[in-house]
Design a protein around this ligand. Structure first.
Ligand code: DP6
Length: 364
């Protein structure tokens, strides 16, 4: 975390910048039991990516000259009036502490934070139009940067419960490595937060390749898609109550033991069940397309011919494929196969490959 504090003339501006990577769920979050607080119907587990590939960089600034809270996303001003932004700002402000910079002669008392306004400048180091998850990194980074600016003392887990109120999956981006979002039991959501299962060094053989199958924005957002699923899918109830609790335990064990065979089977099965639940929604939601299905076939055939999994696949709320290779040698072979069968071509849907290694949350 780099903190730069600047004073210009008599007026001062205090700034801090944070960088937060996105995460990819290997056991999916899909469905809320409380829409306002963003409380899920099941636990989920994810891998945090390397920030040099897919991340959000956010600078937050405070000054007595700012007349209202404002935010720019990828250099365009956006409204902060939505409940998700307002909840994050309110929760962080209520935990703010005294801040003093003796060198610059700046002193902000705890009670002053209620009156001071912030400016937020956020951008993604990947094209937003690429259809890759950006809200996870975005809200995690916003909360992390504001907490630093306002000298909030809460640890990453407590901050994750605030980021969760911006976007559910964001809570998992507060940590690197492998992360579990524990659904919690409390009505107020205080125990619905992220826990680090293993840090980024624990299993560093894994290589993640993302095949950007379509750069179009998805037709059904995660938020409205999961609302429709909760309202109409019977399969979701079975998944949340019977399947995921056992799968989460098995996945935790696979991660601890670096057991790629179990890890890959659980990851692929969970992605397929998540998309089955989308199909079980009325009207059905189709996130994957023909290219996604052909990539699944390629991986399944390859894994079968090798006698055990070499690569795991998982798809979020869109057709882009996240492929996890068991080591670098397999990743090279995977990329060769992908480039041969799905050459990047502006005339086809598949247009690029993005590398992402798992890593810890990094300071800017
Ligand atoms: C398929 O976190 O984007 O990526 O909480 O409504 O903002 P909201 O949804 P969001 O949903 C992510 C869904 C997913 C699975 C996952 O990341 O676990």
């Amino acid at each position: 975390m780099a903190i730069s504090r600047e004073s210009e003339g008599g007026k001062w501006v205090l700034m801090t910048t944070a960088q937060t990577p996105t995460n990819i769920a290997v056991i999916k979050y899909w469905g809320k039991r409380d829409e306002a607080l963003i409380l899920p119907v099941n636990d989920s587990i994810s891998v945090t990516l390397d920030p040099s590939h897919l991340c959000t960089i956010t600078t937050v600034a405070v000054s007595p000259d700012f007349e209202k809270d404002r935010m720019w996303l990828n250099r365009k001003e956006i409204s902060l009036s939505g409940a998700r932004y307002q909840n994050c700002l309110r929760e962080i402000r209520s935990r703010a502490n005294d801040v003093e910079d003796k060198e610059k002669g700046i002193k902000i008392a705890k009670k002053d934070w209620e009156k001071l306004h912030v400016h937020i400048d956020s951008y993604n180091n990947f094209p937003t139009a690429a259809g890759l998850a950006s809200s996870a990194a975005g809200f995690a980074c916003l909360v992390f940067a504001l907490a630093n600016l306002m000298n909030v003392k809460e640890d990453h887990s407590q901050l994750s419960a605030i980021a969760r109120q911006g976007s559910g999956s964001a809570c998992r981006s507060l940590y690197g490595g492998f992360v579990k979002w524990s659904m919690g039991k409390e009505k107020d959501g205080s125990d619905s937060l992220a826990i680090q299962l293993a840090d980024e060094k624990h299993w560093d053989d894994l290589v993640i390749i993302i095949a950007v199958v379509s750069s179009r924005q998805k037709e059904t957002s995660s938020t409205s898609g999961m609302r429709e699923t909760v309202e109409t899918s019977l399969l979701l109830q079975h998944r949340a109550k019977e399947v995921v609790p056992k799968r989460v335990l098995a996945m935790e064990e696979a991660i601890q033991n670096r057991d790629f065979v179990s890890f890959a089977q659980l990851t692929c099965n969970d992605s397929n069940q998540f998309h089955a639940v989308c199909l079980d929604t009325s009207p059905p939601i189709f996130y994957m397309n023909d290219t996604s299905h052909r990539i699944i076939s390629l991986v399944e055939k390859w894994n079968h011919s090798e006698g055990e999994p070499q690569v795991a696949y998982t798809f979020d709320a869109g057709p882009n494929s996240v492929l996890i290779a068991r080591n670098r040698k397999t990743a090279v072979s995977l990329l060769q196969r992908l480039l041969f069968q799905f050459p990047p071509n502006p005339e086809t849907e598949l247009n690029s490959y993005v590398l992402g290694d798992k890593t810890i949350l990094q300071d800017a």
